[in-house]
Ligand binder design. Structure first.
Ligand SMILES: NC(=O)c1ccc[n+]([C@@H]2O[C@H](COP(=O)([O-])OP(=O)(O)OC[C@H]3O[C@@H](n4cnc5c(N)ncnc54)[C@H](O)[C@@H]3O)[C@@H](O)[C@H]2O)c1
Length: 337
């Protein structure tokens, strides 16, 4: 019996593969490499000593997926395979709706064909909109401000409908907050193509001298120091959450939602200060105008994941800075080196 990681060559999927293998699971990866590299599979072998079966397929392609299910007895699917750039989704909404919604529909159809009934989904804090934090799973969701976020909310709804219609189906919706950092080996990490849209990969590229300064988008938010506050979580802690989610899905049917976050936020200035202290490199910054759609503050209440799953993040901001910097130093151009 194996776990299929759809989009498993990506940032979060690759770290989850490590956690699953170390927990004794057999893993299969399907990825079209639209935002990742096949080198991840070799790196995962170096870390785990396990050759992970890899299928370079688009998970929207049902025929390709069927072949994977024919080759392996898949007991559960963890679905990471999505396009994830907010700004690109505004420019190319059809691409985002097509990819992100077709992917989940194809996966469910093929799972039904093979009587596979467990699904773990990579959702996002974006479904809380600008709710006053801490965000709790029972809060009403809000229609996100961009097509990417809307695909996350729509996928949550699709999966909830599937579980309602099939009482044997088990769905775990994991609402990620802001994953950063990298595996402590320095062999896998976040490898954005082009100019990073997220704070951390941009920051590490500034530290490496590849970019001159870090833009801080807005310093007049009603927060501790005027800059935006987010709940940053080490990607290995986030990845570990999937092991707990799978164990839960094996024992329950229906839909359950869990926040995966640290439970408190750091402002951009606090992140920069922590990074400078841990890594010892000054980070030049410039204040830029607020970005449309950005909210002042977002952080989770992760109590449910702790109480129900027994999961809790173990790593702190210093660990996140140290591990992100190790990855950047060892892989200045991501997997392209
Ligand atoms: N990174 C974050 O900050 C964050 C936050 C909240 C939610 N998420 C969600 O978590 C998931 C994983 O995010 P990530 O940061 O690892 O992104 P990523 O881009 O690194 O990984 C996604 C992977 O899916 C693959 N993929 C995309 N469409 C595919 C398709 N149709 N068929 C096969 N493979 C496909 C990509 O090649 C990539 O390897 C995504 O669904 C994302 O929306 C991420």
């Amino acid at each position: 019996m194996a776990i299929l990681l759809a989009g498993g060559c990506g940032y979060i999927g690759s770290h989850t593969a490590v956690e699953l293998i170390q927990a004794g699971y057999e893993v299969v990866i399907a990825d079209n490499l639209s935002n990742s590299s096949a080198k991840v599979i070799d790196r995962l072998f170096s870390i785990t000593g396990v050759h992970i079966p890899f299928y370079e397929i688009d998970v929207c392609d049902r025929v390709g997926l069927e072949q994977v299910f024919q080759q392996h007895k898949i007991e559960a699917v963890i679905h990471f395979a999505a396009l994830k750039s907010i700004s690109e989704s505004v420019e190319l909404p059809v691409l985002y709706y097509r990819n992100n919604l077709d992917a989940v529909l194809s996966l469910i159809e093929v799972m039904n064909q093979f009587s596979c009934k467990r699904f773990v989904f990579s959702s996002s804090a974006t479904v809380y909109g600008d709710a006053t934090p801490p965000c709790v799973e029972t809060m009403p969701t809000a229609l996100p401000t961009n097509p990417y976020g809307r695909t996350k909310l729509m996928t949550e709804q699709i999966l909830s409908d599937v579980a309602l219609a099939d009482k044997d189906f088990s769905v775990v919706l994991l609402r990620y907050f802001n994953p950063i950092g990298a595996h402590e080996s320095g062999l896998i990490g976040e490898a954005p193509s082009g100019v990073p849209a997220n704070l951390f990969p941009y920051l590490t590229q500034v530290a490496a001298g590849e970019r001159a300064y870090l833009n801080i988008y807005g310093d007049d938010y009603p927060t501790v120091d005027g800059t935006g506050v987010r709940d940053y979580i080490h990607v290995c802690d986030l990845a570990a959450g999937h092991v707990y989610a799978l164990d839960y899905a094996a024992q329950h049917t229906g839909v359950e939602i869990f926040n995966l976050g640290l439970g408190f936020g750091y402002s951009v200035r606090q992140v920069v200060a922590a990074f400078e202290r841990v890594v010892g490199i000054p980070i030049p910054t410039r204040i830029a105008p607020r970005r449309a759609g950005d909210i002042a503050e977002s952080f989770s209440n992760p109590a449910k994941a702790q109480q129900v799953l027994g999961w809790k993040a173990k790593r702190n901001m210093d660990d996140m800075c140290r591990d992100a910097w190790r990855w950047q130093k060892m892989n200045p151009h991501g997997y392209a080196d």
